[in-house]
Design a protein around this ligand. Structure first.
Ligand code: N01
Length: 545
């Protein structure tokens, strides 16, 4: 006879990106009955949904890959900063190598998830009315799973096509000869612009705030190059956990103000020439905490960019004399010839601060100054980062409280993984963890190891029910805010601050140090998972295996 208190699974993971796949591998190997579900048709998380032209990662390999030896030993990349197609192929390789496919259900969206207090289980309703139960619910949705589309009057009258970058049609869109209007100039907007400029009849960028983009300096990689370097990988994977951003190095220990101009500029130049995000993560110690130090970096960046733009009016719009916000307090994107496209006849820039959009018509976007004809509108307007995907999963906790109600007055989460009142749930890559400040795979592995260890510890003690202590949660949430207040991040209207979404509480949504976070979580574990209450199984007949 089946026991209604016995769940179908020990753990259900939602999301097949880096965090979810790593958790699946760890928990399966630890002997848990585990299932991973994802609405997408292929694994890859962000690399499934963001298949717009030019989408590629801004963190270089081998930093941007799993440290699992059987995975990296048998894989080679073609580029230092791989694009979405290659990243998807990598995920297939991971699932093949680790034999994960039987534990993954794709094309299956979780419509709602409710915790049943009596049984101590989560009931998940999947698209199509199927219900499954699990002891532990592990959402691993990434920080950018809910696209944000601003409300622009008249969009319903538009007779062309329009898409958000993160909901790009899987069959692709031919940009040849199109009249493209691109709204938003963050990392996604820059990448679309570089591609669209190649073949669109016209490309008009609608810029609200200029992006402070850095040169990517892409490199083609050969198999031989990588085989030659692979003996260094284990040390690189250890090292990346010990840095603040999960990369191979972190900021210098010296202030930008302690050195003379020549030394300062020499370091800036070195970072600039080496490319990637290094100008952000390997800069002077006080880049993100001291306005004067930051201003030196901005001025260097501005002068470098202006030297690439012939038209002084454009140069002023793309790289203003005064910083729109301190350098690096919005995530800098990586560019490959972005500033050069504006010299092309088919490319135009609309400065939305001077000339806002008033409405969309059947064939054009109308601004205060006139009309821009278009047949394709691309919204590269970002995400409701951190909370959006989790709220859309319609999660309700022990007393029927929904996550959106729990976060009405702002995000709260113990260790950026657990919300008090939502027992037996831990999310990976979520709000108040380092996610947005971290190289993805580094965080995925740190949190994946920690979550797996925690569930193994619970099992070893015969415990099956945990919840975050409200006091521990409040302290963690307050600590993230206090750390944020010591930085320049609050000075930017960024998604880091929740400031890109109308009505969202302004707060730093991520903890700005991967290594600091790993150390803190490690101490919590050593201290018997302090900050959690844990109890014996609701039904001892079917405790977690
Ligand atoms: O989104 P964003 P994204 N009217 O929020 C503008 C990662 N990522 O998708 O700055 C007009 O950064 C908004 O303007 P403003 C990466 O972590 C990585 O580009 O708010 N414009 C901004 O220009 C990144 O940080 C990669 O004034 C509006 C843009 O839309 C994160 O994802 C590639 C507007 C949104 O920029 C998000 O990047 C892509 C409105 N109403 C993404 N509302 C790589 O790995 C917003 N905007 C390389």
């Amino acid at each position: 006879m089946s026991n209604r208190n016995c769940p179908d699974f020990d753990a259900v993971i939602v999301g097949a990106g880096f965090s979810g796949i790593y958790l699946l591998h760890k928990l399966r190997d630890a002997g848990f009955r585990v299932l991973l579900v994802d609405a997408a048709a292929q694994p890859g998380g962000i690399w499934y949904w963001n298949c717009y032209p030019g989408a590629r990662v801004d963190s270089q390999v081998p930093l941007y890959e799993f440290s699992i030896p059987e995975v990296w030993e048998s894989w080679t990349w073609s580029e230092r900063f791989p694009g979405w197609e290659e990243l998807r192929a990598y995920f297939r390789h991971v699932c093949d190598t680790l034999d994960l496919w039987p534990l993954i259900r794709l094309g299956s969206r979780v419509e709602r998830a409710g915790f049943e207090e009596g049984a101590g289980l989560w009931q998940l309703q999947l698209e199509g009315e199927e219900t499954i139960s699990t002891r532990y619910l592990l959402p691993a949705l990434g920080f950018a799973s809910k696209p944000y589309i601003p409300d622009i009057p008249g969009i319903e009258d538009f007779e062309g096509e329009w898409f958000h970058t993160a909901r790009w049609p899987q069959k692709g869109i031919d940009l040849d000869g199109r009249k493209v209007a691109l709204i938003g100039t963050g990392a996604s907007g820059v990448q679309v612009a570089q591609e669209a400029a190649k073949s669109a009849e016209t490309l008009t960028l609608f810029q609200r705030t200029p992006i402070l983009a850095l040169p990517m300096r892409q490199e083609q990689l050969t198999r031989e190059d990588q085989e030659h370097e692979k003996h260094r990988y284990p040390a690189i994977f250890v090292q990346r956990r010990q840095t603040s951003g999960g990369f191979e190095c972190q900021s210098l220990e010296v202030s930008a103000l302690e050195v003379d101009e020549k030394v300062r500029n020499a370091h800036f130049e070195d970072l600039w020439q080496r490319g990637g995000l290094r100008f952000w993560y390997h800069n002077f110690a006080d880049l993100l905490i001291n306005r004067e130090a930051n201003r030196h970096a901005y001025d260097f960046w501005r002068d470098k960019v202006r030297a690439r733009i012939a038209d002084p009016g454009l140069a002023h719009k793309l790289a203003p004399s005064e910083p729109p916000h301190p350098f690096g307090t919005k995530r800098p994107s990586l560019e490959q010839g972005y500033y050069e496209i504006f010299a092309q006849d088919n490319v135009a820039l609309v400065d939305l601060k001077a000339n806002p959009i008033t409405r969309v018509g059947p064939h054009a976007i109308t601004t205060e100054d006139g009309e821009v004809e278009c047949d394709l509108i691309v919204f590269a307007t970002g995400f409701d980062a951190g909370r959006g995907g989790l709220i859309d999963m319609n999660i309700t906790g022990g007393d029927g409280l929904s996550l959106s109600q729990a976060w009405e007055d702002g995000l709260r989460a113990y260790l950026g993984m657990a919300v008090s009142g939502f027992p037996n749930m831990l999310f990976a890559y979520g709000p108040l963890s380092p996610s947005g400040f971290s190289n993805g795979p580094t965080s995925a592995e740190i949190q994946g190891d920690w979550i797996c260890d925690f569930l193994v510890w619970m099992r070893s003690k015969g415990l099956d029910l945990f919840d975050a202590d409200p006091q521990a949660e409040a302290s963690w949430t307050e600590m993230v805010a206090q750390v944020g207040a010591m930085t320049l991040f609050p000075e930017a209207d960024s998604w880091y601050m929740g400031a890109n979404i109308p009505g969202k509480k302004r707060q730093l949504i991520n903890f700005p140090s991967v290594s600091g976070y790993a150390a803190f979580c490690g101490e919590v574990a050593l201290d018997g998972y302090r900050g959690f209450t844990a109890s014996t199984p609701a039904n001892k007949d079917c405790a977690t295996r």
